[in-house]
Design a protein around this ligand. Structure first.
Ligand SMILES: [Zn+2]
Length: 55
């Protein structure tokens, strides 16, 4: 299983990085719906979180 990386589209802050795949809504819930760095509101829409393999 590939590692997962979820990045804030506002500031490129890494919201989650790990070998364990998490659904985006769980990651958003971890941050109470907003980016801890730029306070951008995170959405369940897949365009707001980027999931790609970490190199
Ligand atoms: Zn951000």
């Amino acid at each position: 299983m590939l590692p997962q990386r979820v990045i804030c589209q506002g500031c490129k802050h890494i919201l989650y990085e790990g070998a364990e795949l998490k659904p985006p809504d769980e990651i958003i819930h971890m941050y109470e719906g907003k980016c801890p760095k730029c306070a951008k509101k995170l959405s369940l829409l897949p365009t707001d979180v980027e999931v790609k393999p970490a190199r």
